[in-house]
Design a protein around this ligand. Sequence first.
Ligand SMILES: Nc1ncnc2c1ncn2[C@@H]1O[C@H](COP(=O)(O)OP(=O)(O)OP(=O)(O)O)[C@@H](O)[C@H]1O
Length: 298
Amino acid sequence: MPTAASSPTRPSAPAIDIRGLRKAYGPKQAVDGLDLRVERGEIFAVLGPNGAGKTTTTEILSGFRVADSGEVSVLGADPSHAGRAWRSRIGVVLQSTDDLAELTVAELVRQFARYYPHSRDPDEVIDLVGLRDKAGVRTRGLSGGQRRRLDVVLGIVGRPELLFLDEPTTGFDPQARRSFWSLVRDLRVAGTTIWLTTHYLDEAEQLADRVAVVRDGKVVALDTPEGLSRLTAGRTQVRWDDGGTVREEVTERPTALVRDLMRDHPGEVPGLEIRRPSLEDVYLELVGAPGQDSEEDR
Ligand SMILES: Nc1ncnc2c1ncn2[C@@H]1O[C@H](COP(=O)(O)OP(=O)(O)OP(=O)(O)O)[C@@H](O)[C@H]1O
């Protein structure tokens, strides 16, 4: 574990502090004035659709890409100028790594472990993600989901204080996702701060202490998963058949509305449906429903 001397960040300082972050690719503003603060020890999810700017932000925070403007502090340092000691304190699982395909899983993990001063036992970490029976297989022979699990091993073998996971469970089957989630929770219990980007709502809901919903490079909502769910509170859809026409009202007082409908319709209210919007409805409202034009498609 890092000593106080190797860890210049004050315990109360955030793990990540982002102010006014911007990054464009030509005319495309991928990150458009992002402000975020991630506390130490939390699992922070960045949830958004394809093209929302999640990968670009993660690459800037982990020192793989330089921002156009804004201030970024990660474990007390500017990632674009941070050195080897800083890098040994973070773990990164970016999308689509394709390195050293001729090495076996065990050889690659051992090689990575040597880069870090306080690395974990390579065999133990390989076990942890269920790749023990693939330890002797060349990495190019792995399936997509197995390769992703190997990426995760490479991200955590250095025992990072802060772990970046960019859409880590893409290509996982449901069982692998569940065991990955439990691994992430264990890492948090061990004190690791986790930055997790995802476009899976259930993943953010299951894992995150707080969730930033991003769209077009901006934060459109930031709260705990429960707080985001509360955005649906007080909004109930009541539908009924009004002489052959389907009517719908969104109301904070569904009981009163139904009472009025019962008065107008002695017996059954035709086609009565009452529905509270789910968290998914709220998310789609925030980021735009599938198929709806986003900046990416324009
Ligand atoms: N190297 C690049 N050159 C040009 N445009 C890019 C580049 N990388 C990303 N973009 C564009 O910037 C926007 C944000 O992309 P980014 O990959 O950061 O989003 P994302 O939220 O991670 O999406 P995904 O979930 O698809 O990975 C997109 O419109 C993307 O097409």
